[in-house]
Write a protein that binds this ligand. Structure first.
Ligand code: ZN
Length: 457
């Protein structure tokens, strides 16, 4: 009770915008499709007007015919705008930044992408608040409310360790966090016990980690508490994964779709007919190989315009994921269109001799997110044997680091890798001109030649 009262007080006073945005989303989900479209066009227009005024990249790109004589967006002209590629974020980083005066609220963020080349971008406080509000709003669909217990299987090493303040935050937000970067087999049993004690309303996690966790419980024939819902996020959820997770936890899985660049943009409702796009915050297109708009049921590239980040507006941004519009609508009362069958690349994981798994995202975090220096252009981590890792890197041509800088940074990364892979792990750095594809031909940024069923030990 005390916790909920305290939380409500904090949200009312410290996160006023977030609370207000959450309430707006609740109103907007009841809009008809026509009203939702109108609202979305209003938000898109506001973003485009900001972009043409304040963002050099778009100032050059937009022409007058993007608006009609009444000031409304000419959608045919909009759809002619070139698609913004992940690689352009770095190439045009400075031009894509707005010249707004609110820079103190901006945060740097980065994503590795499937080829190990980071895309860097800036996000403002308005985006962060909308994103948090969207998460809370989607949580509501699963039956979760602020202050309820949540178990999170997430790649958040920094959140797990830490002092009293972090412990207090976990208490306050009623979260138990399981480190998804490193699902250690010997710790798995304690996670299961912890979850059973916690009796969470919701379990949230990366699809692959939820799957690994469920697989462990299944193999060991353990009993697990059944939460109200499981929220799967950040990765592709394949049907076999959903089936196992639902069977083991005896709870429905809600699939949520988002990315670091765009935040959360789609989620399943209780009907599980597909993922409703959050129309007021995202304009989503599905585009076929030939550049035409995909019809429902036709696979295409997911191209998104984020409507809330004014620091660095990403307009018609190719997410790198494939997906299709659902052929049917949903009768849950929400008119927002449904995405179905999102196909991306499932990230790989490394394994230790003990059977621990180290998630590919861990390396992305080390190379690109925690290090703000732009020195590595692309990387690839290849595990040759349990205790032998090769790191292939290409450096940025404009990078002016000295050999001492490289030594310092690579040593720091080696320390972090040995922490999860073991002290005996040999790490070799190899400078290359091009990152070679994996044997399968895929451009994986992390892959292992150690073929083990990691969690069966
Ligand atoms: Zn629905």
């Amino acid at each position: 009770m005390l916790r909920r009262t305290l939380l409500k007080f904090i949200y009312q006073h410290k996160h006023k915008n977030l609370v207000a945005y959450g309430q707006l989303l609740k109103q907007w989900e009841q809009f008809s499709l026509a009203d939702s479209k109108q609202l979305q066009m209003k938000h898109l227009n506001e973003l485009l007007l900001h972009a043409v005024e304040h963002v050099p990249y778009y100032k050059n790109l937009f022409s007058k015919n993007l608006w009609d004589k009444d000031g409304l967006i000419n959608m045919d002209a909009f759809k002619q705008l070139p698609v913004l590629e992940k690689s352009s974020l770095n190439q045009s980083f400075e031009q894509l930044k707005s010249n707004g005066s609110d820079r103190q609220t901006w945060k740097h963020n980065a994503t590795g992408g499937s080829t190990g080349e980071p895309a860097r971008f800036m996000q403002d406080i308005n985006y962060a608040e909308w994103n948090a509000a969207t998460k809370m709003f989607y949580d509501g669909w699963t039956g979760y409310e602020l202050g309820c217990k949540k178990v999170v299987i997430w790649g958040a090493e920094r959140d797990i360790k830490g002092g009293l303040l972090k412990k207090f935050r976990q208490y306050l937000y009623n979260k138990m966090i399981i480190n998804a970067y490193q699902l250690k087999s010997e710790e798995m049993l304690s996670y299961v016990r912890g979850l059973n004690r916690a009796k969470p309303t919701q379990v949230l996690g990366y699809a692959s980690c939820l799957y690994d966790f469920a697989r462990y419980i299944d193999q060991k024939k353990l009993t697990i508490y059944s939460p109200k819902a499981i929220m799967s996020s950040a990765e592709v959820l394949y049907p076999h994964m959903r089936e196992l997770i639902e069977r083991v936890f005896q709870a429905p899985v809600f699939n949520r779709y988002g990315s670091r660049e765009m935040g959360d943009m789609a989620c399943e409702c209780t009907q599980h007919n597909g993922l409703h796009i959050s129309m007021p915050t995202h304009y989503v297109e599905v585009i076929r190989e030939d550049g035409k708009e995909a019809l429902p049921g036709e696979m295409g590239h997911i191209v998104v315009t984020g409507l809330t980040n004014y620091a660095m507006p990403l307009i018609r941004y190719r997410t790198g994921d494939l997906g299709m519009w659902a052929e049917n609508s949903c009768d849950c009362g929400c008119a927002w269109p449904l995405l179905q069958s999102i196909v991306g690349r499932a990230p790989d994981a490394l394994s230790t001799a003990k059977g621990d798994r180290v998630h590919a995202y861990y390396f992305n975090q080390l190379f690109f997110v925690e290090s703000e220096q732009i020195w590595i252009k692309k990387f690839q981590v290849v595990q040759e044997d349990y205790d032998q890792i090769y790191i292939y890197v290409t450096f940025h041509p404009e990078d002016k680091s000295t050999l001492a800088d490289y030594a310092e940074r690579t040593n720091a990364i080696n320390v972090r890798i040995r922490k999860v892979m073991g002290e005996q792990c040999q790490i070799s750095w190899v400078k290359v001109d091009e990152i070679p594809p994996a044997p399968s031909g895929k451009h994986c940024y992390v892959y292992s030649k150690v073929g083990v069923e990691a969690l069966s030990a």
